[in-house]
Design a protein around this ligand. Structure first.
Ligand SMILES: *Cc1c(COP(=O)(O)O)cnc(C)c1O
Length: 416
């Protein structure tokens, strides 16, 4: 078992050993620039990028020409929101939600200084916004709506298909930050009126520093980075070939996991002679092999075991956000009557977080939980547990035991 046990997959995931093995040759053996069409080094890199583009397009039900590789979701979101605003013909109104990631909220604040008018919808106590509420917020001058698919702190899933349909009826472009949804939910953009979709590699078992923006055909977007006109002029800069190869492989693996009936068609993990020795070192000795890929249904079983285990063992604990419209891998639990800072500091056998790693620089309570109506104290005393591909039952049982002991001790100390 890793120690402390890792329950922070929504902050970042380890690179899957199959992904790492696939990307490695593109650092040195096939190191060419994907834009060098005059020799085999470049052509080999270009072919690898093409394959990855196809793999990602397949996962999302998108056309490969709609995929723009970026450095991650923050860049994708900036490109989507700023790019649409800059390309606008008329209108300056943007609709978004108070529980969005800071990459969306701070981009909107930036655009407010440039003349944008932004509506920040408040969710209900479950973290959800309703289609009616969304429809009411749209105006004749609304340009863009940006609503996150699944929340990184609570896992709450917004009704994206309904919202995007409403937006389209009103001629409003629709962007979704799908960073936490990709690889956890089945996504088919061929059947959804979504114009722009952001995602990130490192939430999907690929490395940090690679991501993508899906730009559906006929979406007007001004590039935010000028240069050699890579990515069909939408994002200049030499392509991160190893990262792109990794994201493609990660998408291929995710496709297997998110298909409801594909749980037995798992790909074998690299093992034996073909595996680079240091991969074995990183991911376990031959006697302790890397855990097999978790199908999402079994992962949800582990999340439910963790959640019910904690709620049973700890009085006055409750789940933040909808338990119905929620990712299968996340639970956010509030522990009444404990000091949040002491709680996080005392949970040293498990790696968890309160709020998102992206706002961890500040000591403010979570803006997501606050928007859902939690007090500062309860928001501080809330813990996000996020599970992933390599989570084991033993880790879950350790977490239940540890959390109940720590909360018990802190409450006892407070009462004396
Ligand atoms: C992690 C995350 C981001 C930021 O992604 P980066 O690739 O780290 O920039 C944006 N939105 C959500 C929902 C996230 O979870």
């Amino acid at each position: 078992m890793n120690y402390p046990a890792y329950f922070d997959y929504n902050a970042t995931t380890p690179v899957d050993p199959r992904v790492l093995e696939t990307m490695l040759p593109y650092f040195n053996t096939h190191f060419g620039n994907a834009a060098s069409r005059t020799h085999v080094y470049g052509l080999k890199a270009e072919a690898a990028v093409d394959e990855a583009r196809g793999q990602l397009a397949r996962l999302l039900g998108a056309d490969r020409k709609e995929i723009v590789f970026t450095s991650g979701a923050t860049e994708s979101i900036n490109l989507a929101v700023k790019g649409v605003f800059e390309a606008r013909q008329h209108g300056n109104h943007i609709v978004t939600v108070m529980t969005e990631h800071k990459a969306v909220l701070d981009t909107c604040v930036h655009l407010e200084k440039l003349g944008a008018d932004v509506t920040y919808l408040q969710p209900d106590t479950d973290g959800l916004i309703t289609p009616e509420q969304f429809r009411d917020a749209l105006r004749p001058n609304t340009l863009l709506a940006s609503v996150m698919w699944a929340n990184n702190e609570t896992g709450v899933i917004q009704p994206i298909a309904e919202l995007a349909t409403i937006a389209h009826e009103r001629g409003v472009l629709f962007h979704t930050d799908a960073t936490q949804a990709v690889g956890k939910l089945s996504i088919n953009l061929h059947e959804l009126p979504v114009d722009l979709l952001s995602l990130s590699g490192h939430k999907l078992y690929a490395p940090k520093g690679i991501g993508a923006l899906v730009v559906r055909h006929k979406t007007s977007l001004i590039a935010q980075q000028d240069g050699g006109r890579h990515e069909r002029g939408r994002r200049s800069g030499t392509l991160n070939v190893p990262g792109i190869v990794a994201l493609g492989k990660a998408a291929e693996l995710a496709l297997v996991e998110t298909q409801p009936f594909a749980s037995h068609s798992r790909q074998p993990l690299p093992s034996g002679k073909e595996t680079q020795p240091f991969l074995q070192e990183l991911y376990g000795q031959p006697n302790h092999p890397v855990p097999e890929t978790q199908h999402l249904a079994s992962l949800q079983g582990l999340r439910d075991r963790l959640e019910t285990g904690i709620l049973k063992a700890v009085p006055d604990a409750f789940v933040n956000g909808s338990r119905v419209h929620r990712l299968p891998t996340t639970t956010n639990i509030a522990f009444a009557g404990v000091d949040g800072e002491m709680l996080l500091g005392s949970l040293n056998q498990i790696a968890v977080s309160n709020g998102s790693a992206c706002t961890a620089a500040s000591t403010d309570p979570s803006h997501v939980l606050k928007a859902m109506g939690l007090s500062d104290d309860l928001a501080y005393a809330s813990v996000r547990f996020s599970l992933g591909r390599f989570t084991t039952e033993a880790e879950v049982d350790l977490a239940i035991q540890h959390v109940s002991e720590v909360v018990g001790q802190l409450r006892h100390a407070l009462a004396n």
